[in-house]
Design a protein around this ligand. Structure first.
Ligand code: PLP
Length: 225
């Protein structure tokens, strides 16, 4: 299916949810996750009007970056090894996977400007999911107060892959509650106004629970090379 057709289907669903819960569509950004697809598919998505793109590996990101460059907004959404920070930093616009102090230290060291970061939170408690536990978030934010290059725009989570909507919803609600706690601190370096949550199979629930960045791969650009 063309990106244009997929996008129209997704847009219709987003608009339906927004109408139902009275949210403004303008406050929801859609990131096309292109980790499974070719640069040609990225070009097609650009033609379809998509401006935010997400990659989860340094190599995959750089392959796309070399051909597409800074004409779109790039989001790094994958687990980031400390030694790979230098390969992506100052090229990506957002990092969604800040999950430990050593990574913040490396970003601080390598960045030549303030880097917009989401703290990745493990809201499901599943061992296999990356991200810090919810109670580590505020202590972590306090620890990075002097990191002038690390700017906390929001929180990110991945819900478990399950058909149980209540489990998914409770993950997203946990992230929202945590966001409110961070916002109550009123920190200039951590306004935490955004929530990165919702993928192909759960973005409608994420919108209902306050997502401002959706990360959509398979159902938008596909998942085959
Ligand atoms: C792959 C990926 C997505 C997109 O997943 P789909 O189910 O294909 O929409 C979103 N977020 C992260 C962190 C990913 O790795």
């Amino acid at each position: 299916m063309s990106v244009e057709v997929n996008l129209a289907i997704i847009e219709e669903k987003i608009n339906e949810v927004c109408a139902k819960i009275n949210r403004d569509r303008k406050n929801i950004n859609m990131i096309a996750v292109t980790k499974y697809v070719t640069v040609e598919r990225v070009e097609e998505a650009i033609q379809a009007g998509i401006t935010h793109f997400g990659e989860n590996r340094d190599q995959g990101f750089n392959d796309k970056w070399e051909q597409i460059g800074a004409k779109v907004t790039w989001h790094f959404i994958g687990t980031l090894q400390t030694r790979k920070v230098k390969n992506i930093i100052n090229k990506v616009d957002y990092i969604h996977s800040l999950d430990r102090l050593s990574l913040a230290e490396e970003i601080q060291k390598r960045a030549t400007k303030q880097i917009k970061c989401f703290i990745q939170v493990n809201t499901s408690g599943e061992g296999s999911k990356h991200g810090m536990s919810p109670d580590e978030v505020i202590p972590f934010i306090n620890q990075i107060k002097d990191f002038s290059n690390v700017f906390i725009v929001g929180l990110m989570t991945m819900a478990p892959h399950t058909d149980d909507v209540s489990i998914i919803r409770s993950c997203f609600q946990k992230l929202k509650e945590l966001q409110q706690q961070v916002q109550a601190l009123s920190l200039a370096y951590a306004p935490c106004k955004d929530l990165s949550m919702g993928m192909s199979n759960d973005y409608e629930i994420a919108i209902e629970e306050g997502a401002t960045y959706l990360r959509i791969g398979s159902s938008l650009v596909g998942n085959e090379q």
